[in-house]
Design a protein around this ligand. Structure first.
Ligand SMILES: Nc1ncnc2c1ncn2[C@@H]1O[C@H](COP(=O)(O)OP(=O)(O)OP(=O)(O)O)[C@@H](O)[C@H]1O
Ligand SMILES: [Mg+2]
Length: 422
């Protein structure tokens, strides 16, 4: 039997936490059998490696491995995708088509986001699991297949069963063995290790020196909640690698890349399989621009207060949180706590009304500046709109996923959807 270390190396898995090792060990143990496996864990924890390990270590390894993202296939076509269809069985079915269960005969099918399967498809799946039988859409001829199924989910299946969105019998049939991958926040000793690996990968990719974290920045990394888990950690390592000229990353710099997440966000956040990577540099740059714009607007607010009020002490007292937000507090670095203030979010652009009220009270010469600023804000808003639209598209309109990807709360995203009339 291949060792856990060898498997990690072969499949590019970094980390040494007990729970991770246990998950890999379980995958190695069940691989030679035909037992159905359900891989569970939050979004971005690395669930996709497990079915690959199972397939590669099984007697099926020379046959097909097909990964199907159940959440990404429209409800109307999923039966046909999985089980095939007969010619003429529905409008547009001009040819008889083989489904994945026929193509993968003798192999493995990975059903990712299995919780998203429509109930009618669940009935068909249960039948295949029980006796290997299925029907093509529009056919009454029973066909046989021999497929091993590994499924994955990041939704709470018990909740889905409770809400009658998922069949209990199918759940138990799928999860003969459950392999759970822990969230990154529970893998403390792996966080910095993973970051260093990603930093070195991106240094190679972008042909730049490897970034390094200060001790305070490492502490901040360890304390972060990592709602998007390893995928999110990799994104941040990529952004820092591309954008930071100073290759030693301080806690303050790192903080500006970490989204201000609300501590009461649900622990389970799904994203669709479509990579939520911000991998295009343009997107990364827009994100940074929004950050800067937000800081600038905050500074303007503060300057206006000072101009109106003159009294520095009062202004300081009344705007404590704003000052804190703009200038931060160096001593805080080591004891970094996630910010729960909603308007500290990456994509937030302060409401115009607020600015206008304040600006109405100052002399004319500043109106000129405001007009220019208004235009810049508009074009930035276009970019923001574009980012939000793209993210919603990528996640088929699922706000929770889009919000997680954009690093803002669902509430802020909802506000922006309304604002842009999306
Ligand atoms: N232990 C690890 N070592 C190195 N890279 C990892 C590890 N775990 C995950 N990754 C990387 O993190 C990213 C996310 O992993 P993956 O796509 O498997 O997540 P997932 O659990 O399937 O998430 P989702 O539920 O959102 O589909 C991938 O790019 C993967 O290569
Ligand atoms: Mg996945």
């Amino acid at each position: 039997m291949e060792s856990i270390q060898a498997i990690k190396q072969r499949f590019g898995i970094i980390g040494n936490t007990r729970a991770l090792n246990r998950a890999i060990e379980k995958a190695i143990q069940v691989a030679p059998t035909d037992i159905s496996v359900l891989v569970t864990g939050e979004s971005g924890v690395g669930k996709e490696s497990i079915p690959k390990i199972i397939h590669q270590l099984s007697h099926r390894k020379h046959n097909k491995y097909i990964a199907v993202n159940c959440g990404a296939i429209p409800e109307g076509t999923i039966d046909s995708e999985l089980f095939g269809h007969e010619k003429g069985s529905f409008t547009g079915a001009t040819q008889t088509r083989e489904g994945y269960f026929e193509v993968a005969d003798g192999g493995t099918i990975f059903l990712d986001e299995v919780g998203e399967l429509p109930l009618t498809t669940q009935v068909r799946l249960l039948r295949v699991l029980e006796n290997g039988e299925f029907l093509k859409v529009g056919s009454s001829k029973v066909q046989k297949t021999n497929v091993r199924i590994v499924a994955a989910t990041n939704v709470n299946m018990f909740e889905a069963i409770e809400k009658e969105k998922f069949r209990e019998d199918l759940f138990y049939r799928l999860s003969t063995v459950d392999i759970h991958l822990p969230p990154l926040r529970d893998r403390q000793e792996d966080i910095h290790l993973l970051f260093r690996k990603f930093a070195s990968d991106f240094a190679l990719k972008y042909k730049m020196p490897t970034i390094k974290l200060t001790d305070a920045a490492v502490q901040m990394l360890l304390k972060h909640r990592w709602a998007g888990n390893i995928r999110q950690l990799r994104n941040i390592a990529e952004q820092l690698s591309v954008l930071e000229q100073n290759r030693t990353i301080s806690a303050e710099t790192l903080k500006s890349y970490l989204p201000a997440t609300s501590s009461n966000l649900p622990a389970v956040i799904k994203t669709s399989k479509a990579e939520s990577d911000f991998s295009s540099e343009r997107e990364i740059l827009y994100k940074v621009l929004f950050d800067m714009k937000s800081d600038l607007n905050d500074l303007k607010k503060l300057t206006l207060e000072l101009m109106k009020n003159g009294n520095t002490k009062d202004v300081e007292k009344n705007n404590e949180s704003l000052i804190q937000k703009i200038y931060g507090n160096d001593e805080d670095d080591a004891e970094y706590e996630e910010d729960t203030v909603d308007n500290n979010e990456v994509l937030s652009i302060p409401e115009h009304a607020v600015k206008r009220d304040a600006l109405d009270t100052i002399p004319d010469k500043y109106h000129f500046a405001e007009e220019i600023e208004e235009e810049e804000t508009l074009s930035l808003q276009d970019k923001e709109l574009e980012l939000i639209k793209k993210s919603l598209e990528r996640h088929q309109g699922k706000r929770k996923l889009a919000a997680a990807e954009l690093g803002i709360s669902e509430r802020t995203l909802y506000r922006k959807i309304k604002q842009y009339d999306l």
